[in-house]
Design a protein. Structure first.
Length: 392
């Protein structure tokens, strides 16, 4: 389809550019600006942002991915404006053969700047989780699945006179960052609060230092970062037809958000995903779901390549009538999961430490029901580098 034809109307134009993938910061423009932009020799992609008239504020529909899902609405609403800007994706970030490791250490951290901070759970979620975009100016590059260290300001309460120690946070964006310019990293941070076991009341004196610092941060605030670190959750990219089974509880979703954006949202020449990504996400309730809209849109766009199953412990019941945890979902699909693992699938676990015993018990039980030894199977998965665990 030629550009002129693709741009018959605003919606068609946006669809066309969605297919091209890629990114941008918005600057106001018209359909014609997008066409001109895309024809510029430096253009590596255009991101389209759409303003729906009935929203009072600019509603960003996620790189246009939501657009086709909502296209039926367009007949009633009509688009009013399309925003676009040309970006050159820093493609040199694909060239390295080894991931960057510990470019900045605790003694000499990098001073980055908070770019944005947004609460991403609804009012009925127990607890608060924030999506925090950190501007590192391109100086602290990382790969999908790695973590940053954050040194919160202030004195270490356990060692007066000493600075606070580093806390690790999985990076929730791809190496290009949410703005696709290679200058930011996003974190998904849950505010750690302390409830007195006797009174049941929150005790602000014992709240988590770093998570509260990050969740309270404002654009422009400075943040000391270290890293990037970690190799265990790197996305193996040698086989782009591979299967990746991702299991997350809560903020354990962070590395998978990066993987999935790389697989389904970005359009870089070196990574064209044609395999299967299967995400299992366990949270308390619907309001606690993280990045749900992004995942739903991938499901609609790539039903053959992306599966998404959620376990809502406070809203759903498992088949025994108990709370629905992520391991219950794994059990439900155990036949398929075991077949995929036998076929070489990678399986990843990320989130709270407490998730692993229940999952391991389930996998062991399923293996035994199939007449297999789980211990031997696990050994083989580890040996084949199919087993990836990062829990905290
Ligand atoms: P801290 O100040 O370290 O306190 C820890 C806990 O102790 C808190 O719950 C606090 O309320 C409690 N506490 C404090 N004082 C007392 C006291 N006197 N008595 C009893 N309890 C007390 N977290 C995320 O949110 N998102 C991520 O993506 C993420 N990724 C991680 C990746 C890795 C590889 C690792 C190792 C950890 C990751 N974490 C992540 C966890 C993160 O590193 C921190 O541990 C977490 O944010 C808590 O740190 P904090 O400084 O807020 O709490």
């Amino acid at each position: 389809m030629g550009l002129a034809q693709a741009c018959q109307d605003d919606l068609e134009c946006a669809r066309f550019f969605r297919v091209r993938g890629s990114m941008v910061l918005p600057s106001q423009g018209s359909t014609r600006d997008i066409v001109t932009a895309s024809q510029s020799p430096n253009c590596r992609g255009v991101r389209v942002q759409v303003l729906w008239p009935q929203f009072s504020r600019n509603k960003f529909l996620g790189e246009g991915l939501e657009l086709s899902a909502r296209s039926r609405l367009s007949t009633q609403l009509r688009l009013t404006k399309i925003y676009a800007k040309v970006v050159t994706i820093p493609i040199e970030l694909e060239e390295a053969t080894e991931p960057p490791i510990n470019l900045f250490k605790p003694k000499e951290p990098y001073t980055a700047t908070i770019k944005s901070n947004q609460k991403i759970v609804g009012p009925k979620a127990p607890g608060e989780t924030c999506h925090i975009v950190i501007d590192h100016g391109g100086n602290v590059p990382y790969w999908e699945g790695q973590s940053y260290g954050v040194i919160p300001p202030g004195e270490n309460p356990k060692k007066p006179g000493m600075p606070n120690t580093v806390r690790l946070y999985s990076i929730a964006s791809t190496r290009y960052g949410d703005d696709f310019d290679g200058k930011t990293a996003s974190l998904c941070v849950r505010r750690a609060v302390y409830y007195d076991p006797e009174t049941g009341k929150e005790d602000p004196a014992k709240k988590g230092i770093c998570s509260n610092f990050l969740c309270d941060s404002k654009p422009g605030d400075k943040v000391l970062i270290t890293g990037p670190s970690g190799k265990v959750m790197l996305l193996p990219e040698d086989d782009q037809k591979a299967c990746h089974i991702m299991v997350a509880t809560g903020t354990g979703i962070a590395p998978y958000r990066g993987y999935l954006r790389r697989m389904f949202m970005e359009n870089v020449p070196t990574f064209k995903f044609e395999g299967l990504a299967w995400l299992f996400l366990g949270v308390a309730n619907t309001d606690s779901l993280l990045y749900n809209e992004e995942f739903i849109s991938y499901q609609k766009q790539y039903p053959k390549n992306f599966r998404y199953d959620i376990a809502l412990s406070r809203e759903q019941l498992n088949k025994k009538g108990g709370k629905m945890y992520v391991q219950d979902k794994i059990e439900e699909y155990s036949e398929e999961i075991f077949k995929l693992l036998d076929g070489g699938a990678h399986i990843y676990f990320c989130g709270l430490k407490g998730m692993m015993p229940g999952i391991q018990d389930t996998l062991k039980r399923v293996a035994e029901e199939r007449g297999e030894s789980w211990d031997q199977k696990l050994l083989k998965l580890k040996k084949n580098k199919q087993w990836h665990v990062e829990v905290y």
